[in-house]
Design a protein around this ligand. Structure first.
Ligand SMILES: [Zn+2]
Length: 527
């Protein structure tokens, strides 16, 4: 809903200005898809559009054509992003580009040079219409990379669509030419009415946040609270459609209930068959995932916690986000100390969402949290780096920890649990982590349209707690040992530690020997 509102607001402003300029010049206003320049001035008839062909799967290459009308200046720099937001790794997508060509509106060849690893600098020769074409090698394996095979065309947009330097805010259209055997297109991009296989984005940030899946997927549609959802399944086979949708509906209600506002007007689940990994977006997710046997509780929990994780990211990291994570610099690392909260906090919410949706009970959650604590405390890197340091170094380290780096997913989930317990304890179980999420969403995303600094995040936590949280943030920024019994004790729980082999210890959350009324109230309010 917010997206739609902003879209019409910007387009409306552009049209108003064009109308004024057109009337001033005493000429007829051209129709088109106008661009708004920085500072609000209008570049009349400035249009950017891509055509991407997936017609030759045998080549494993997309053929891309970019048309830019309303070019100004002697040079245009086209840039290919170096990474995909959510996948914190430099992937150098420019290396997949082949056969780059540039011409003007009359088909005259324009000269160009590679002015950096990811920049194509074109001499315009004064043309107003620039047309470039290039191929993109699409042999990726993961969700942040593109693939073109006989089975699927998966467009990970940051690796396929170049942007004009300084013009990321420009509206853009994409027309897809599917291979003759592909019948469906699934994407969070808005379709352009009356133009087949054509989609539009308000700007390149939106384009880069919308993967496009082209293939023969089965598409199931359903509604939750009046909003439409699509479930695109690459390998449908014999899964229980009715039950899977029912499960998703319950997950969606629990997840959107945390903040209480839904910031999209449509959501698309892209399920690309078995494999590993998923990537979150504002109104879609692309995941490699088999489908669950819904009647098998463990199978369902494993699948649904993964899906709930990617889904909840539409709040935690896309909307509620550290200042470094949007708007993005697509050409280099965007570092933050706070992936422990953006990722680890999202892991923690997986289990709360499953509990609230009725798919996990208290014992199962405590067992899961025990296993996470066990991994953290037995990690050889536990005393080598803090959660904040691990977040900052994410770009160079294995995603899920190693001998030398602590997993900010695991440690972040543990820290977020401590924070939730602390907020509940300090407020007599009147407030909790959900209140913090609501505050961050409203204050920074809705009211200011930006992310928060480390200091602003801490101030928001202390505002909800109503007290100083120095001890908690010491756990975030140092490797100091955590006093688990103190925090778990707020809920009448304790951490049982048992020595094992080779110096390992096993950790398990248990009920404390004695529990009073306020502890029980807190435990019941929590799980
Ligand atoms: Zn994640």
């Amino acid at each position: 809903m917010l997206k739609k509102f902003r879209f019409y607001k910007i387009r409306g402003l552009a049209w108003l200005l064009i109308l004024i300029l057109g009337l001033t010049a005493g000429c007829r206003v051209n129709s088109g898809h106008p661009g708004v320049m920085a500072g609000g001035a209008v570049e009349a008839r400035s249009v950017m559009s891509f055509t991407v062909s997936t017609e030759d799967p045998a080549s494993s290459r997309f053929q891309v054509v970019f048309r830019y009308e309303g070019v100004q200046g002697r040079d245009v720099e086209l840039k290919m992003p170096a990474w995909s937001p959510g996948y914190y790794r430099i992937l150098n997508f420019a290396a997949n580009v082949e056969d780059f060509k540039a011409e003007d509106g009359n088909g005259r060849v324009l000269t160009w040079e590679k002015s950096s690893e990811n920049t194509w600098k074109i001499k315009t020769g004064g043309t107003r219409v620039l047309k470039t074409s290039y191929k993109v090698v699409a042999k990726g394996q993961g969700v942040a990379e593109s693939q073109l095979t006989e089975k699927r065309a998966y467009i990970s947009p940051t690796g396929v669509f170049m942007f004009v330097a300084g013009r990321l805010n420009h509206p853009v259209r994409v027309t897809v030419r599917p291979h003759e055997k592909f019948t469906r297109i699934s994407t969070g991009l808005a379709p352009v009415l009356d133009e087949e296989n054509t989609f539009q984005a308000e700007n390149f940030d939106e384009l880069y946040d919308c993967p496009i899946y082209i293939g023969n997927q089965e598409v199931l549609t359903f509604n939750v609270a009046g909003l439409p959802y699509e479930l695109a399944v690459e390998e449908p086979k014999d899964f229980n459609r009715e039950e899977t949708i029912s499960v998703l509906k319950r997950m969606i209600l629990a997840a959107t209930g945390v903040v209480g506002e839904v910031p999209y007007n449509r959501y698309v689940f892209i399920m690309m068959g078995p494999g590993r990994g998923g990537l979150e977006h504002r109104n879609s997710m692309a995941v490699f995932s088999g489908l669950p046997r819904v009647e098998d509780r463990r199978s369902l929990q494993g699948w649904l916690s993964f899906i709930a994780h990617e889904f909840f990211h539409l709040y935690n990291v896309k909307a509620i986000r550290p200042v470094a994570l949007g708007p993005f610099d697509y050409e280099r690392e965007n570092r933050t100390n706070m992936l422990w909260f953006s990722e680890g906090g999202t892991v923690y919410y997986e289990y709360l969402i499953l509990k609230r949706a009725g798919f996990m009970n208290r014992e199962e959650i405590l067992n899961t949290l025990s296993r996470i604590i066990d991994r953290v405390e037995n990690s050889p890197a536990r005393k080598m780096e803090s959660a904040a340091q691990a977040s900052h170094r994410a770009w160079e380290e294995p995603f899920f920890g190693s001998e030398k780096t602590i997993s900010y997913y695991d440690l972040g989930a543990v820290l977020t649990m401590l924070l939730d317990l602390k907020l509940r304890h300090e407020t007599g179980a009147q407030r909790n982590l959900d209140d913090l999420m609501k505050l961050l969403y409203r204050r920074f995303y809705r009211e200011q349209g930006r992310g928060f600094t480390d200091g602003e995040f801490r101030a928001a936590c202390e505002e909800v707690a109503g007290t100083d949280l120095s001890e908690f943030f010491k756990y975030v920024y140092t490797t100091e040992s955590i006093d688990y019994d103190k925090y778990l004790g707020y809920a009448g729980l304790k951490l049982e530690v048992t020595p094992g082999e080779n110096g390992r210890r096993s950790y398990s959350i248990k009920l404390a020997d004695e529990i009073d009324g306020s502890q029980l109230r807190l435990l019941n309010s929590w799980l």
